[in-house]
Design a protein around this ligand. Structure first.
Ligand SMILES: *[C@@H]1O[C@H](CO)[C@@H](O)[C@H](O)[C@H]1NC(C)=O
Length: 484
């Protein structure tokens, strides 16, 4: 494990909170500060969908409970494909927040919600956060909302976090990593991510789920019953595994395909559907090639050609086309199409090596899918044996690829053997998988709906207002913010 521990500082911080809190709590509630939220709300991607779900929650609180809210796009660049694909009412609500009146500087809590490199002084062109003029006594708090997906935090990110008044991370796992790496534990708060349980609601799609075999293109394995869009023929019901990811080491596509090609054959009534992005690649069929290559490699590494039950002497391309378990590649879908895509699947499979949180995970769970995902990092905040299929990790962490910007960091290695076992569980007991999905939906609605997480944020604002009313705010935090 990287970084070093200082448990005494944590104990001290806990003691300070325990002593200070009862006195602050007895006073009448002071008014909530305003909220100016800077986030990549127009960029697509993880931070974006997280921010949008939470902001939607804040907007839908009853008027008396909601703080004055202004949003500014910040961090990653604007993605017009994302913005134009937003459902109309969401786009309208977002526009209203982006043009809302700015709460007065000295009454505002500023949230810089992005990777720390975007915080002022930013390492690239972006809206300044905190904005100019928000130094000493000109904002109630400046908060960094961030996360990371490896076992440690860079020195520079630690320094940037420590310049903030508070750092909000989504998971206890992140809190532990940030603290171990030197972020002041008194600044760290765990505020989970929200998932839009209204947009991601299976009830909206009953009877009109996307037929994945129809929209996708089969690249490995023989033809599937119902591939032409006619689903429901015959006595069997194909188990549809979906995986959604950017093709990179972190998402472990090698582990997914290794497990799938080792565990199943064309005889199994299963199919794997891949919705992948591949950056810096101009060939739209690059994913198809990678999947076929992985199938060929799997076949060649099989003992004496017996893999997938293919007769001895079967040529590799023949085996991939006729005996391998089916894999389909799905085209890009708009934001509006994403929930319909989940609705067409039985399970989401994501053996990532590390996640800050796990956006597709919670979206799929909200849609009532069975989630099969690595039991390490962000997803440990919400995955249990009751609501999903956690996949065990190998005992030792592994380094990131040598060409990674964070090559000195480590993350997990999901167990191929256990991933195989968990996918097999889904395929052989669909009732149990569906029961876990039902439980997953319930957990998402209770714990991570936009309204539930918005109330947690309002609770944090209340705590801040009480702390300031009690005059217990340390001068060091105010002074440090001046350097931003
Ligand atoms: C998942 O992680 C938790 C906490 O480390 C552990 O107790 C549990 O046994 C793990 N489950 C699996 C399937 O590895």
């Amino acid at each position: 494990m990287g970084c070093y521990r200082h448990p005494r500082a944590a104990l001290l911080a806990t003691a300070v909170i325990l002593i200070a809190f009862p006195f602050a709590a007895v006073a009448a509630d002071p008014p909530l500060p305003g909220l100016h939220w800077f986030a990549p709300v127009l960029a697509g991607g993880g931070y974006c969908s997280e921010a949008n779900a939470l902001l939607h929650g804040l907007k839908s609180l009853p008027p008396g409970e909601a703080p004055p809210l202004r949003v500014t796009h910040h961090g990653d660049a604007i993605d017009y494909f994302f913005y134009s694909g937003l459902p109309e009412d969401y786009a309208r609500e977002l526009d209203s927040m982006l043009t809302a009146r700015q709460p007065r500087a000295r009454d505002s809590v500023i949230v810089c919600h992005s990777e720390p490199g975007a915080w002022a002084p930013a390492k690239y062109e972006t809206a300044r956060c905190p904005p100019e003029g928000y130094g000493r006594r000109h904002a109630v708090r400046v908060i960094g909302r961030t996360m990371f997906e490896t076992d440690r935090l860079d020195r520079e990110h630690v320094a940037r976090c420590n310049k903030m008044d508070e750092v909000w991370v989504p998971t206890r796992w992140s809190a532990e990593v940030f603290e171990r790496c030197g972020v002041d534990p008194r600044k760290i708060r765990v505020v989970p991510e929200a998932v839009d349980v209204t947009m991601f609601d299976p009830a909206r799609f009953e009877g009109r789920e996307m037929s994945l075999a129809h929209v996708g293109e089969r690249v490995v394995g023989p033809r599937l019953d119902g591939e032409d869009g006619y689903v429901g023929a015959g006595a069997t019901r194909t188990i549809k595994f979906l995986s959604v990811f950017k093709w990179e080491a972190r998402k472990a596509p090698d582990v997914l395909l290794d497990a799938y090609f080792s565990e199943f054959t064309a005889e199994d009534d299963v199919a794997l559907f891949l919705r992948c992005n591949l950056y810096h690649e101009s060939d739209p069929r690059a994913i198809h090639k990678r999947v076929r290559d992985a199938a060929r490699t799997a076949f060649r590494s099989g003992k004496s050609g017996s893999l997938w039950g293919a007769p001895k002497g079967t040529r590799v391309d023949d085996a991939v086309a006729r005996f391998a378990p089916r894999v389909f590649v799905l085209p890009a879908v708009s934001e509006e199409g994403v929930p319909a895509m989940y609705a067409g699947a039985d399970a989401l499979v994501l053996p990532s090596r590390g996640e800050g949180w796990g956006r597709p995970h919670v979206e799929a769970m909200a849609m009532g899918l069975a989630l099969v995902a690595t039991n390490w990092s962000g997803p440990t905040e919400f995955m249990t044996e009751d609501n999903s299929y956690p996949v065990a990790v190998e005992p030792d962490l592994v380094p990131l690829p040598p060409d990674s910007h964070f090559a000195t960091h480590m993350w997990s290695q999901p167990s191929v053997g256990h991933l195989r076992a968990r996918m097999r569980e889904v395929a052989s007991d669909p009732e149990k998988a569906s029961a876990k999905g039902t439980r997953a939906r319930r957990d998402m609605v209770t714990r991570f709906s936009p309204a539930a997480v918005a109330r947690l944020v309002v609770g944090e604002l209340g705590r801040i207002a009480r702390e300031d009313a009690g005059g217990e705010r340390g001068d060091d935090a105010t002074g440090a913010r001046d350097e931003l």
